[in-house]
Structures are given as structure tokens and as C-alpha cells.
Design a protein around this ligand. Structure first.
Ligand code: PMP
Length: 441
């Protein structure tokens, strides 16, 4: 991308979105720029007035086809009637009370029915909380404290896991033996002492590291990176075999997993993790987290068995509205819906391949379930370091060009996704817009 191209995309963007600019200036008077980090991109984010189906409408009256879908959550698109009805029914009964209302049991039943590895489930408010509690549980159960995670894996924002999420490869050690790198400021220097970093897509290196550290490892936490850097099913199965062989617990991060199949990535790969962390789709668009797994592990939280060895509660955990919305979303997500989404995703990936070839762009699109990411590299993207080596310069210009054409993607062009509210015309429209955006940048 040339600087002139980016500047010209930005001036078109500014001329289309004066109301969003005004909203941003007002927001920045009372918040550090934006309400949460992910909202921001330069020069300022669009402010959305309303959402319906696969469309977002901004405050200036521009319409966008939504390929972000609230960080992959809105798999059915916006305001699906089944979810709206479930939420309204719950609101009529009450918003939240300090007692179970039954909706949490119904959702837990649905999760345990869909996912073979879940004997018991607990609820919290975010994916971050889900991985935090799953890790505590694994540490308490095993009596060990080191957590192994894969380089490039994101598991939320807490000290145990915000390490080597997107490290600069030049300071992250050799590929087969990466060193831990703190992922955010404000974390004590010794947080890296409690983490072992594993390389993706390398069974031999993973086995060697786990074998070496098995006596201190509480668990391996693993996100098969749905849509960002999808891992080979054979590698996913190998991670399960290796952890089992060495007596180390496996925590599967399926916070995006219900994008892949009715039972998540684990059902597709035919594996049973010891614990699994959930979020996003499980709350139907409302704040949620959940974690669950083997009964002997989950028993550590059970107050009916005596004083629990771990505390897990939270003012808003198991919020009835989120429970009702999540159940409604899962109930609509039949195998047919997944088949249709998979077909549309295949069509999009094929369209991107043609457009990259036609425009002579060194770019690779990867997909898993109905999520996809775009990297400006000619080579395959198998591991985090392949993605890190991609050319970042075209990303912002292409993102703004797509916005100017009415397509809303993630501003880093990774972790984009489809929704069931889309049809072929939205897919083909994005492919055409991508061709134009690439020529422009
Ligand atoms: N794990 C994965 C794989 C995620 O994609 C996310 C969120 N993007 C999280 C954990 C954290 O979830 P939350 O944002 O709900 O805290």
C-alpha cells in the first residue's frame, strides 16, 4: 500500500462518516479514546445506530454487510427472532435475581448434550473468566502450577495467559522452543515463570517440551485457532495424545469453537479434552463465559460435597438473560445451519483465491468453520510465525477501502466471520469489493 492510497481511502472514509467523527470526539473526552480497545482503528471507528440481519447502519446512514458479527458471536446475524423472543420472555420474568431461575440449567443441559466431554458446566461472564477458572481448577486438581500454551494463542486478558500472544518473533526464541514474552504492560516480570510456550504444528517439539516439564505442568491450554491460524486435525489429536500420555490435563479453548460444528472443534476432531472454556455464542450476544468438563475435576467446585476447594461465583455469572439468549441461539444452530455456513465460507475462500490470483496479490485466506482471516503473504499460514511474517502494510488501506464499499470486517482482517443471515450475494459482493480494494491499495 502506498501512503497516498491510504490517505485517499481515509479521506473518502472521513467524508462518508462525519457523524461518527463527532461521536468519537465526544467519547474521547470521557474515555481513553474508546470504550474498549478493540473498537479503535484510525482515524476513528464508525458509530453504529442499529443492526439487523447481516447489516449494520451507522449514524450517518451508511449500510455495511457485517463480517465481524460482534467478534464472531452473532452467528445468526442480528436480532434473530428466536433470540429476541427468548430474551423478551426472560425480561418479563425478571432481569436478574440472586437465585437460579432455571434458564442456566436448560443451557447447561444443552451444552452437556452437544459436547461429549462435558459432565458438568459452570457459568461466568466472559471467555477471559472461563479460562481463568479452568486454569485455577487444573492447578488445584493437579497440585502443579505451570501452564503450557501455544505461541500465538489468545485466551483472554489475565496474567496466566496473556503471554506470547503476538510476540515479535525476533525476540521470541527458536521456533521449536519459543521463550515466553509478556503480552501486555502492567504484568509482573515473574508471570513468565509460570508459563511454558509450545510451538504450533510441530508434534515432535511439543512432545519434547511436555515430557521435559511434565512434573510441573498443571495443564496445556489450547485454542485450535478457529479462523486465525487453524491447526491440522491430526495435530490437535496429537496434542490430546501427548498430554494424556504424560499425565497433563488438556484445557481446550472453544470460545470460538461453536463456529465449527454443533459440538465444537473437539467433536470435529473426535477428541475429549479434560476441561473446555466457552464464551461468545453460548450467551447469544450477551456477556457470557462457561467452563466445564470431567466430573472429578468439576467436583472441586461442588458445595454439596463439603467446602469447595475453589471459589467461583460472580455477581452476574449465569445471568438469566444471557442464559436464555444462549440457549435460543444454540437451538437454532442445527447441523443444516452449519452446512450452509460452511458452503458459503468455501465459496468465499474460492472467490478470494481467484481475486488474489487475478490482481497478482501475495495473499492467503484461511478459514475454519465460518471464521476467516486474510494475510498478505504468498506462503501457507500454518503457525503464528507465518502470520507474523505477513506484510502488514496493506491491511489498513484494504480495511478502509472495504468500509468505503459497505463491508465491515475486523480492522486487522483476521477473525472475520459469516452469519446465517447472509446469502451468496453477500459473499460475491465481498469478493468483488476485495478485488477493487486490492487494486486501489
Ligand atoms: N479465547 C479465544 C480463542 C478468544 O477468541 C477470546 C475472545 N476473542 C477469548 C478467549 C476471550 O474471551 P472474552 O473476550 O469473552 O474475554
Amino acid at each position: 500500500m502506498t501512503t497516498t492510497a491510504a490517505t485517499s481511502q481515509e479521506s473518502v472514509y472521513r467524508s462518508r462518516t462525519p457523524g461518527s467523527h463527532e461521536a468519537f470526539i465526544r467519547a474521547a473526552e470521557v474515555m481513553p479514546g474508546v470504550a474498549k480497545g478493540a473498537y479503535y482503528y484510525a482515524p476513528y471507528p464508525v458509530t453504529i445506530d442499529r443492526a439487523e440481519g447481516c447489516y449494520l447502519h451507522d449514524v450517518d446512514g451508511n449500510r455495511y454487510v457485517d463480517f465481524a458479527n460482534h467478534h464472531t458471536t452473532q452467528i445468526l446475524g442480528h436480532n434473530h427472532p428466536a433470540i429476541m423472543r427468548a430474551v423478551e420472555r426472560q425480561l418479563e420474568r425478571g432481569i436478574a435475581v440472586a437465585a437460579p431461575m432455571g434458564s442456566e440449567t436448560a443451557l447447561a443441559e444443552e451444552l452437556c448434550r452437544r459436547v461429549e466431554s462435558l459432565d458438568r458446566v459452570r457459568f461466568c461472564n466472559s471467555g477471559t473468566e472461563a479460562t481463568l477458572h479452568a486454569i485455577r481448577l487444573a492447578r488445584e486438581f493437579s497440585g502443579r502450577h505451570i501452564i503450557a500454551k501455544f505461541e500465538g494463542g489468545y485466551h483472554g486478558s489475565h496474567d496466566a495467559v496473556e503471554i506470547s500472544v503476538a510476540p515479535d518473533p525476533s525476540s521470541a526464541g527458536p521456533p521449536e522452543r519459543p521463550v515466553p514474552v509478556r503480552g501486555a504492560g502492567g504484568m509482573p516480570p515473574n508471570t513468565t515463570e509460570n508459563v511454558l510456550i509450545l510451538p504450533q504444528d510441530d508434534e515432535a517439539a511439543v512432545e519434547a517440551l511436555i515430557e521435559e516439564h511434565r512434573d510441573e505442568l498443571a495443564a496445556v491450554i489450547f485454542d485450535p485457532r478457529t479462523g486465525v491460524v487453524p491447526q491440522r486435525p491430526a495435530f490437535i489429536r496429537a496434542v490430546r495424545d501427548i498430554t494424556r500420555r504424560h499425565g497433563v490435563l488438556l484445557i481446550f479453548d472453544e470460545i470460538v469453537g461453536f463456529r465449527a460444528s454443533p459440538g465444537g472443534v473437539q467433536a470435529l476432531c473426535g477428541i475429549k479434552p479434560d476441561l473446555t472454556a466457552y464464551g461468545k455464542i453460548v450467551g447469544g450476544g450477551f456477556p457470557v463465559g462457561a467452563f466445564g468438563g470431567r466430573q472429578d475435576l468439576m467436583d472441586l467446585l461442588d458445595p454439596t460435597l463439603g467446602r469447595p476447594r475453589l471459589s467461583q461465583s460472580g455477581s452476574f455469572s449465569g445471568h438469566p438473560v444471557a442464559m436464555a439468549a444462549g440457549l435460543a441461539m444454540l437451538e437454532v444452530l442445527s447441523p443444516d445451519v452449519y452446512d450452509r455456513l460452511d458452503r458459503l465460507t468455501d465459496r468465499l475462500m474460492e472467490g478470494f483465491r481467484d481475486v488474489f490470483a487475478r490482481t497478482g496479490t501475495a495473499a492467503t485466506a484461511v478459514a475454519s468453520g465460518s471464521t476467516f482471516s486474510i494475510y498478505f503473504t504468498g506462503g501457507p499460514v500454518r503457525v503464528y510465525r507465518d502470520a507474523a511474517a505477513a506484510d502488514k502494510r496493506p491491511v489498513h488501506g484494504v480495511f478502509l477501502s472495504l468500509m468505503n464499499r459497505g463491508y465491515f470486517l475486523s480492522n486487522v482482517l483476521s477473525m472475520n466471520c459469516l452469519s446465517a443471515a447472509m446469502d451468496e450475494s453477500h459473499i460475491d459482493g465481498l469478493v468483488t469489493a476485495m478485488g477493487e480494494a486490492l487494486e486501489e491499495n
